[in-house]
Every structure is written in C-alpha cells, then in structure tokens.
Design a protein around this ligand. Structure first.
Ligand SMILES: Nc1nc2c(ncn2[C@@H]2O[C@H](COP(=O)(O)OP(=O)(O)OP(=O)(O)O)[C@@H](O)[C@H]2O)c(=O)[nH]1
Ligand SMILES: [Mg+2]
Length: 306
C-alpha cells in the first residue's frame, strides 16, 4: 500500500465526518447554499479550530456555489482552503550533508510516540544509505531503553544506552562524542516524556540541549516536538510550554490513525507556523512518512490524490 492510501486510511474518521456533514446540506442532489454555515461545527469538532473553521466556511460561501454544485466540488474547494494553510509548514526533515553528524532530538509529553518515531526515522534514514546512531536518553524508564534497543535492531543501526537512572545530558554528550568520532551521518536522541508543567524536567531538557551545543556548534540541528494527534487542543499548550524551555524547530504529529480529529494539524499550522515534518498513522515502520500539504488536505476531506 502506498503512503497516500495509508494516510487516507488513517484520516478516514475525520474525512467521513466532514463528508457526512456536507451530505446533510444537500436535498436530493441539490445543494442548499444557505446551510453551508452548518459545516463550521463539523470542522470545529475535528479540531480545525474555531477561527479557521469560520474562515474556511466564509471562503466557501464566497465561491459562487449554487444548487447545481456537487459534493465533490465543495470537498475540492474546502481542501484547497486547507492546503493554503498547510503549504507554508509542509517541510520534510532535511539532513544537511555539512553537519557531521546531523543531530535530531525528539521531545514531548509522555506517550506521544517519541521512541517509536526515533526508531522509524532511524530505519528510514538507514534505508536511504545514511549511517545512523540512536541515543537512548530516556534513562528514566528501564523499559524505554529496551524499547529503543528493539528499534535499533530492527533498523540495523547502532545505539548508545546508559544506566537506568543515569544523567541524560551525560549520555547525550557521550553519544555525540561517539557520533563525531565515528563520522556518523545522523544522531537521533530519544528523550523521556515530560509534562510541560514540570519545571525540573524542563530544566533537564535545557541541560541536554546546552551540553550538545557546547560540544558541537549549532547542535542539535532539529529540535522536534512529537505530538499525539488525538490529544486535541492540548497540543497547543504543549508547544507553548516546550517552546518556552527550548527552541522548537519542528513538529511531528503521530496517532492520526483512527482519530476523528485530524484537523489538529491545520490549527497547529495556522497558530504556530512551525515546520511539520511528518505524520504518523500507525505503529509500523511504514506508518510514518512525509507531511505533504496537498496530500494531507485531500486525505482529510476524503478526496483521492489527483
Ligand atoms: N496507533 C498509533 N500508535 C502509535 C503511533 N506512534 C506511536 N504509537 C504507539 O503509541 C505508544 C507510545 O509510543 P512511544 O513511542 O513509546 O511513545 P513515547 O513518546 O516514547 O512515550 P514515553 O517515552 O513514555 O513518553 C506505543 O504503543 C506506540 O506503538 C501512531 O502513529 N499510531
Ligand atoms: Mg519513549
């Protein structure tokens, strides 16, 4: 199955809600333009956000739709409106050749998919012929180290692990030293989940970043927040709080599969303008891939990829 199909499958619930709502503004096969307004509630309920939902419906109303307009036409116009919001943030991860190593750190609250995402990215980069080193800087949970080890094995890449409970900043430093010595292309650092309101944990994260920057200027190059797509508007506060502690450079949204709230990506794009690198629609290796504004805006309303 290709990526667009997997993405569409993952966003199926969001798309069917939107389609159903559009269906309800038709009487027989005639569009009732006066009811376009009712679409707004549906868009809000899939987490697109109130302001953008209003704006998208307003744009639709200005499109000269009439009773002869088809459902397909409305879906297409809606997806074009969404694409306009998404296209400025649609930026794949870029591994710069000049950075030896290129360092990626994944941060976020508990259980958003950081470790899984670290493993998936490692495997994908390895497949592209890059050398990758994983660093298990979640030293807080013993199971986290084992979890990343499983991914390292699967991806056939090396991994640096520390003692359970050891200082994650020291381990990050050790990992970077090894990556430099061995001329690895990409170092991926997994960190422990932390609630954005826990001050001491945010300080620990700052320390990891500081230590890496001291060892190698400009490092870590990518400071990615991993968000669970099903958490809804709380994702906004997660970005707000993590951004206060460290300079977040990009976003990955996971667990969009099975969620009826795929609109969260649209509201994040509009509010923060941070690059969105990839989205996750499942637990398997191939379930994480590029975030493409056109693909996403078509999949979220259930259109095919033409
Ligand atoms: N359905 C689905 N599950 C996912 C996705 N990404 C990760 N998961 C699952 O979510 C669970 C948590 O993922 P982890 O990668 O352990 O999350 P984490 O952020 O590392 O968690 P902590 O280290 O505890 O903060 C696991 O069971 C993953 O398999 C996704 O895109 N879709
Ligand atoms: Mg983890």
């Amino acid at each position: 199955m290709n990526w667009f199909k997997r993405l569409t499958g993952g966003l199926n619930k969001t798309a069917s809600g939107i389609k159903k709502s559009i269906g309800s503004i038709f009487k027989g096969n005639k569009l009732d333009v006066s009811k376009l307004e009712s679409l707004e509630d549906q868009l809000i309920s899939c987490d697109i956000g109130i302001d953008i939902s209003e704006k998208l419906v307003k744009e639709l109303k200005s499109e000269n739709l009439n009773s002869e307009s088809s459902q397909e036409e409305i879906l297409k116009k809606l997806s074009e409106g969404i694409e306009k919001i998404l296209s400025p943030v649609s930026k794949p991860l870029e591994i710069k050749e000049g950075n030896k190593p290129h360092v990626i750190i994944l941060v976020g609250v508990n259980g958003t998919g950081k470790t899984t995402t670290a493993g998936k990215i490692a495997a994908q980069l390895k497949e592209q012929g890059k050398t990758v080193l994983l660093s298990a800087c979640d030293t807080f949970r013993a199971a986290a180290i084992e979890q990343l080890e499983v991914w390292a094995k699967r991806a056939d890449v090396e991994i640096v692990v520390g003692e359970n409970g050891s200082d994650p900043a020291s381990l990050a430093y050790k990992s970077l030293t090894k990556a430099i010595e061995e001329k690895v292309d990409v170092l991926i650092i997994d960190t422990a989940g932390r609630l954005q309101v826990k001050n001491e944990l945010m300080e620990e994260l700052k320390k990891i970043i500081r230590v890496l920057g001291k060892k190698l200027e400009g490092c870590p190059h990518d400071r990615i927040i991993v968000l669970d797509g099903a958490t809804g508007q709380n994702a906004h506060s997660q970005i707000d709080e993590f951004s206060k502690a460290i300079d977040i450079s990009g976003v990955i949204v996971t667990k969009l599969d099975g969620s009826a709230k795929g609109g969260i990506v649209v509201s994040l794009a509009d509010r923060f303008g941070l690059p969105i690198h990839s989205v996750g629609v499942g637990e398997r290796l191939e379930d994480l891939d590029r975030f493409d504004s056109k693909e996403y805006s078509r999949a979220i309303v259930g259109l095919d990829n033409n």
